[in-house]
Design a protein around this ligand. Structure first.
Ligand code: G16
Ligand code: MG
Length: 219
């Protein structure tokens, strides 16, 4: 029986990827590093420290740990300042409707994001009210593809993984959901999230009606 839903944030509820891109780009320009949208795509759902690792590897740069941490903080300061421009109009199409629908039908809902800034993003969207539990980069230490963030959410919702559906837009996020024994909905192209139990090209298609008809026997 499905009793709960766990949502990733960036790429599922809203598209913070562009703001992450601009902040990484500002840092990269400052450092004389190459960074473009193709490299940014590799950072989807990846934690901040892993992200800077990918960017440095792309530039064959290596620095002492404390300097890397300071640069990641610098990027984060730029990113956090840019979150002020997020408004209640910045849900991905279909996301607010789905969250409202889940509330109406009495499902339990958790956030399962890699971001350490999820509270601020949810506040800007006025979306905090849709979530019973906020699981994010501050809640667990092992990031996706480890299942920890989704297991954290399920436990706080007092549900078993097999009673929850996870929505994810990142390959590593779908891997994490599967590793934890959750049902999964992939948002995006098949070559990225086609290994989810069911895949939709965008949140607009991933309605409760569609998901219920796919997982018929579980509702
Ligand atoms: C998001 C983004 C990633 C970002 C990560 C950490 O993950 O997709 O690009 O690196 O959060 O964010 P922060 O630097 O704010 O802690 P998710 O899991 O919400 O898709
Ligand atoms: Mg994501």
């Amino acid at each position: 029986m499905i009793k709960g839903f766990i949502f990733d944030l960036d790429g599922v509820i809203t598209d913070t990827a562009e703001l992450h891109f601009l902040a990484w780009k500002a840092l990269a320009d400052d450092m004389g590093w190459q960074f473009d949208r193709d490299v940014n795509e590799k950072l989807r759902g990846v934690s901040r420290m892993d992200s800077i690792g990918i960017i440095m590897e792309h530039n064959t740069v290596s620095l002492p740990e404390d300097e890397v941490a300071a640069l990641a903080t610098k990027k984060n300061d730029i990113y956090v300042a840019s979150l002020d421009q997020i408004t209640t109009e910045d849900y991905l199409p279909g996301a607010r409707e789905l969250l409202t629908h889940l509330r109406q039908e009495g499902f339990k809902v958790a956030l399962g994001s890699a971001s350490k800034n999820s509270t601020k993003v949810l506040q800007q969207l006025n979306a905090t009210k849709y979530f019973d539990v906020i699981g994010d980069g501050n809640s667990v230490s092992k990031s996706k593809p480890a299942p920890d963030i989704f297991l954290f959410g399920a436990e706080k919702l007092d549900l078993k993984p097999a009673e929850c559906i996870v929505y994810e837009d990142a390959e590593s996020g779908v891997d994490a959901a599967k590793a934890g024994g959750f049902f999964s909905v992939g948002i995006g192209p098949k070559d990225r999230v086609g290994h989810a139990d069911v895949c939709f090209s965008s949140m607009k298609e991933a309605t409760l009606f569609e998901v219920k008809s796919h997982f018929k026997e579980l509702f």
